[in-house]
Design a protein around this ligand. Structure first.
Ligand code: GLY
Length: 358
């Protein structure tokens, strides 16, 4: 071990949540060090679909205020990342077609019904059968773009990033927090656990001196179909399958929801099954023989809501458990966590997201 780093805030986890929070803390003038056990943005943040699914009917109702605020913050968030990194992170789509459960009927629909003319415009060839779809005001991005741009943006903002560095222990007291890592020791004013799927009981956090959190990995397998870009220009979400066009011929499809621990292996048969479901909707797409396939681990919580706010230990905080919405919720998490850590009123109340609810 060599050297001591002194910072206002130490963050464990260099995914989209940890780095976005680091960026916001830097904007507010705090010094920040992020400790990441692998390369930054190499886990769920990269594997994600990238849908900014504000109005997904599968989201718990309690998530909506956070989701809406995050969608409002997104333009400025991306602008800042682009300015600092010099790399563009474009929204690849700006609307989503959502399958409407028949039981919901017209009364349960949130957005306008998608018409045949609109299907011809945004997704010619889409086979909706007799099902109804609605328009949702949502964007999507390619998480690869964020993976390229966010770490350099954080560095350009003056943040310190320790990659391939394991966090060994966290000791907190009234005067500060001491974090031991496999590289350097950090003496910080505050500590935030942003370790995603690795912030739970099963990942040994309790042994590191962190509070036991009921966060568990939820595996998602995904793949890329090919399709002429103009044949699909919006996200399509139907039962058990979603399609996210990247605007360059790739259409990302996902995702499985598997409770199998820290297993990131890809089972081709499962991805091919999803591809069949996607091709029934969009027969003009193609599932290449050599198909890109990957898997990621979402940080799941018992109620599928994130854990945001104070930890039990002095000067320690949580920002984890974002389950299926880490990309969507990164800007608002950075914003409200910074507010909370600076003792300000948060834009969105965090009571529903406290670790104490479990
Ligand atoms: N965010 C989409 C998923 O978790 O599959």
């Amino acid at each position: 071990m060599n050297g001591l780093i002194v910072a206002d805030v130490a963050i464990a986890g260099g995914g989209i949540i940890g780095l976005s929070l680091g960026l916001e803390l830097r904007r507010r003038g705090l010094s920040v060090v992020v400790v990441e056990r692998q390369k930054a943005m190499s886990s769920a943040s990269w594997a994600a679909g990238g849908m900014l699914a504000v109005h997904d009917p599968q989201n718990p109702a309690e998530l909506l205020p956070l989701s809406l605020r995050s969608w409002e913050l997104y333009p400025a968030y991306l602008e800042r990342i682009e300015e600092l990194s010099g790399l563009k992170v474009p929204l690849r789509t700006r609307r989503a077609m959502q399958y409407v459960e028949p039981a919901r009927g017209d009364g349960g629909r949130y957005g306008d019904a998608v018409t045949a003319a609109e299907i011809a415009e945004f997704a010619p060839g889409l086979d909706t059968g007799s099902h109804q779809f609605e328009w949702l005001d949502e964007g999507s991005l390619d998480p690869n773009d964020v993976r390229e741009a966010l770490p350099p943006a954080f560095l350009a903002a003056g943040g310190t990033l320790l990659e391939e560095t394991e966090m060994l222990s966290v000791q907190s007291g009234a005067n500060g927090v001491e974090v031991e890592t496999t590289r350097q020791r950090i003496s910080a004013g505050m500590f935030v656990n942003c370790r995603g799927a690795w912030s739970g009981e099963t990942s040994g956090d309790a042994e590191r001196g962190l509070e036991r959190l009921p966060v568990a990995p939820v595996k998602g397998q995904m793949g890329n179909l090919r399709c002429e870009p103009e044949r699909l220009r919006c996200v399509v979400r139907a039962p058990g399958i979603y399609l996210v066009p990247r605007g360059d011929g790739r259409v990302t499809i996902g995702a499985t929801i598997e409770h199998v621990g820290f297993d990131e292996t890809v089972q081709e048969s499962q991805v091919r099954q999803m591809a069949e479901a996607a091709l029934r909707l969009l027969p003009e797409a193609e599932a290449p023989a050599q198909m890109d396939m990957w898997a990621g681990l979402r940080p799941g919580t018992p109620d599928t809501l994130p854990i945001l706010g104070r930890a039990e230990k002095d000067r320690c905080w949580h920002a984890t458990g974002h389950y299926r919405d880490g990309i969507l919720l990164a800007p608002v998490t950075a914003h409200v966590m910074t507010q909370a850590m600076l003792g300000e009123t948060t834009d969105v109340g965090l009571e529903a997201f406290s670790a104490g609810r479990f």
